[in-house]
Design a binder for this molecule. Structure first.
Ligand code: IFM
Length: 784
């Protein structure tokens, strides 16, 4: 007979938000430990901590990352630094170390409450003496006090009194995870430690860049209803059966590359003192209020599809916690600040997949992300010059300095080691970045950014293309040879359509911007032309090159050809799907031969249809979408969300929903099997875009914002907010109508909106309503 499952008490449960905000696990599974650590990462945009258990069980991987702190060992590749771990709390009873690997665990439950960005845990241990200990904990990285981490652990012996030994500290024993070829690396050394009454202090310094990172921590013990602060890092306490002892740890973390040792110490300690004076409850209240404010803009609520809502919140949460509002010298790596995948490097993922979320929900962060690139324009100029090009060539993988950081070797899907050529061929990153600058300026209407930064960057990237294209005299056209598009299965191709069309866009965008500047402010144009040494002849050249760049197209098939010769490659059918209903390489083929086939890794032409969607007719989109979608293996997490959006554009709701669901669960269900290395940031950003640019059909235009919603039948209502031209719009969409309300408009901008086929200025107060044309028609019919 099955015994009824014992229920254990966890009073934190009363604090949980409703289940549409919770990400939970109800099991301890050692194989999934690293994946859960990624999933349960907490942070505040500047500092992130992987969701490691407090006890640091065997094989756990504590990760503490600060936005923008990278380092390098010798001639090896620059990587994000894994800093000392402030979280360890070790508990021993009867000389036994309690942790889920070492000890029997009879109950284990972890909950990330996305609404308050608080990580909760409940475990029950059974010692070898068969005595149980109830263990609950919670922690958060404050969104209100950007330097503060607060944690609490409560233990209660359930069967008999226990002598509990607790040890805590800041663990400097951590290293970067490393790679097989480079080994594990430590990027810092300790420069100061002190244990004083009321606090502990630690300061480390990174080896190469000499950045100080300081930690001050205080430990409070609540026992017998009395709270006391202790300076010892180890305590021994006799705790009676059913009595609870609480350990609270307050940690402040500060980093600086300019402050001296004394200064950073003073700041870190004073932040700790301030936090202690506020007290535990107030710190929680302030943190929760900051998140409430954040979600009031960032949340997307889909009534009728609670699973999608929860999954979207999970993805949005992970974007929020890695985007800095204060640092305009750092960007977001492909794996956020939740792991060391791709060594924390920054790719095109940021500008095209992640940035749109911030442009529309937190333009301050978006501006910082762009400023990161702008500040590295000189490095990009040097990179271009070193390779014999004009203008600016941004690195394929970037870290702190803006120099190229792509490693030369990596592991392929079949485990073999392959040479990497992305840095020499994926030059599309140049126009991807220019596109992002233009997108930000268009959506925000931030003219000062446009004049001061965007024009310069768009001009310098256009200049790059003038030196990258070659003239094919015979065919009287310009070509881009030896390139790689987003589809990384095909290296060294000529005239990749994505690259060529975006290069063309970049060249013509530079002309366009200068022409607009000439119309608006001739004085400004003079200034810019002087600073960037632009001559009318040069502008004419950009126009000529842009107009004459070859875009591969098959008249016979009436399709864009992904690159010259693509249609001559072997064309196989996808015959097998994996457990996630995603295509597999047919077993008759070998990975090493994939480049000889028309199989592609990720959205390439389809990405183009999305980015420059008003350059293509509906029919062109439809034909190209179906051709390439059938040949895409989605071996990059960047691919599904884009296929969802373009699926909707061509009217295929089934495909849109299929790919949306897939993208949503990328890191909720570890779909690619590598979430342990960090959250797939581009996929997370892609889910936001699929919801807003896809299902809500949002598109920015020069003079207005357009919405063309398409809600699946089970979605009753979709609500979200966006910033457009300095105003905060709350948008509610149902199958019958769309309501838009201006909730903030400090500059009193006039907002012109097109929804379905109707255009109107939004009322300054109250909700402006747009009825679906079908609803209107039905109403009319009823009336007549
Ligand atoms: O930028 C991507 C690329 O498009 C596919 N491989 C992984 C990179 C980082 O996410």
């Amino acid at each position: 007979m099955l015994m009824p499952k014992e229920t254990y008490k966890n009073h934190y449960e009363e604090l949980f938000s409703d289940e549409n905000w919770l990400v939970e696990t109800h099991e301890w599974n050692q194989q999934k430990q690293a994946f859960r650590e990624t999933q349960f990462t907490i942070g505040n945009g500047d500092l992130c901590l992987r969701g490691v258990l407090e006890e640091n069980p065997y094989d756990s991987y504590a990760g503490t990352y600060i936005s923008g702190i990278y380092d390098r060992t010798g001639a090896q590749i620059t990587e994000i630094v894994n800093l000392p771990n402030p979280l360890p709390i070790r508990i021993d009873v009867y000389g036994e170390k309690l942790d889920p690997v070492a000890t029997d665990i009879v109950h284990h439950h972890r909950t990330l409450d996305l609404k308050t960005a608080t990580l909760y845990r409940h475990s029950v241990y059974k010692t070898t003496h068969k005595k149980r200990l109830n263990y609950i904990s919670r922690r958060f990285v404050s969104l209100h006090d950007k330097n503060l981490v607060v944690m609490e652990v409560e233990v209660t012996p359930l069967d008999a009194a226990m002598t509990i030994n607790m040890q805590t500290g800041i663990d400097t024993g951590v290293t970067n995870k490393g790679t097989v070829t480079e080994g594990r690396k430590k990027h810092f050394m300790t420069c100061e430690t002190s244990i004083k009454t009321g606090y502990n202090y630690l300061c480390v310094e990174t080896f190469e860049k000499k950045v100080f990172v300081a930690y001050a921590s205080a430990l409070e013990i609540v026992y017998n209803g009395k709270a006391r602060t202790v300076s010892e890092r180890a305590v021994n306490l006799r705790v009676l059966k059913n009595e609870t002892i609480i350990f609270r740890k307050y940690i402040t973390v500060r980093s600086s590359s300019s402050a001296g040792l004394a200064e950073i110490k003073k700041e870190t300690l004073s932040a700790l003192k301030k936090a202690r004076n506020k007290g535990f409850e107030r710190l929680i209240a302030e943190h929760n209020a900051a998140w409430q404010k954040k979600w009031s803009v960032c949340d997307i609520n889909i009534e009728g599809d609670e699973d999608a809502t929860r999954a979207l919140r999970f993805n949005i949460y992970h974007l929020i916690i890695c985007g800095s509002e204060t640092n305009d010298d750092a960007s977001i790596g492909a794996k956020t600040l939740s792991g060391e995948g791709y060594r924390g490097h920054i790719f095109w993922d940021t500008e095209l997949f992640i940035l749109p979320f911030f442009i529309y929900t937190n333009p301050k962060v978006a501006r910082n992300l762009l400023m990161y690139r702008y500040r590295r324009l000189d490095a990009a100029r040097n990179n271009a010059a070193a390779k014999g090009y004009e203008g600016a060539l941004f690195p394929w993988e970037s870290a702190d300095t803006g120099e190229e950081c792509t490693p030369s070797w990596a592991k392929n899907f079949d485990g073999s080691i392959i040479k990497i050529v992305t840095m020499d061929e994926e030059h599309h990153i140049v126009s991807d970045i220019a596109y992002a600058f233009s997108n930000y300026a268009k959506v925000t209407g931030d003219e000062s950014f446009l004049w001061k930064h965007a024009i310069e960057l768009i001009v310098e990237t256009a200049r790059f293309w003038t030196s990258r294209v070659v003239l094919n005299r015979k065919k009287r056209r310009y070509e881009i040879l030896h390139a790689m598009g987003p589809d990384e299965f095909h290296e060294d191709v000529d005239n990749n359509a994505y690259t060529n069309v975006l290069a063309k866009w970049n060249l013509l965008a530079a002309c366009d911007l200068l022409a607009k500047t000439a119309r608006k402010s001739p004085a400004r144009l003079k200034q810019i032309s002087k600073k960037l040494r632009i001559k009318p002849k040069e502008i004419a050249m950009w126009k000529n090159l842009g107009d004459r760049i070859h875009i591969p197209f098959s008249k016979k098939k009436r399709l864009i050809e992904q690159f010259d010769g693509y249609f001559r490659l072997n064309d196989h059918r996808i015959t097998q799907l994996n457990d996630h209903f995603m295509p597999e390489l047919p077993i008759s083929l070998d990975w090493k031969d994939v480049s000889k086939t028309q199989f592609i890794k990720q959205a390439d032409v389809v990405m183009l249809l999305y980015l420059l969607n008003d350059h293509f007719s509906h029919e062109e989109k439809r034909r190209n979408y179906y051709y390439y979608e059938r040949r895409t293996l989605h071996k990059s997490s960047l691919s599904p969300a884009i296929h969802s959006i373009v699926g909707l554009e061509v009217g295929d709701e089934d495909k849109a929903l299929h790919y949306f669901a897939h993208a949503l669960s990328t890191d909720l269900s570890d779909i690619h099997g590598n979430s342990s290395d960090g959250i797939h940031a581009a996929s997370a950003g892609g889910t936001w875009q699929a919801a807003i640019m896809g299902f809500a059909g949002l598109r920015p235009h020069d003079d207005f914002l357009a919405l063309n919603p398409h809600l699946p039948s089970n979605w009753k209502k979709m609500s979200f907010a966006i910033w457009w031209r300095g105003a905060l719009l709350k948008i509610r969409i149902t199958s019958k109508k769309t309501g838009v309300e201006i909730t903030k408009n400090p500059k009193n901008s006039k907002i012109f909106l097109q929804v379905y086929d109707q255009t109107q200025f939004l009322k300054p107060k109250g909700i402006t309503c747009f009825e679906r044309p079908e609803t209107k028609r039905k109403k009319k019919r009823r009336e007549s």
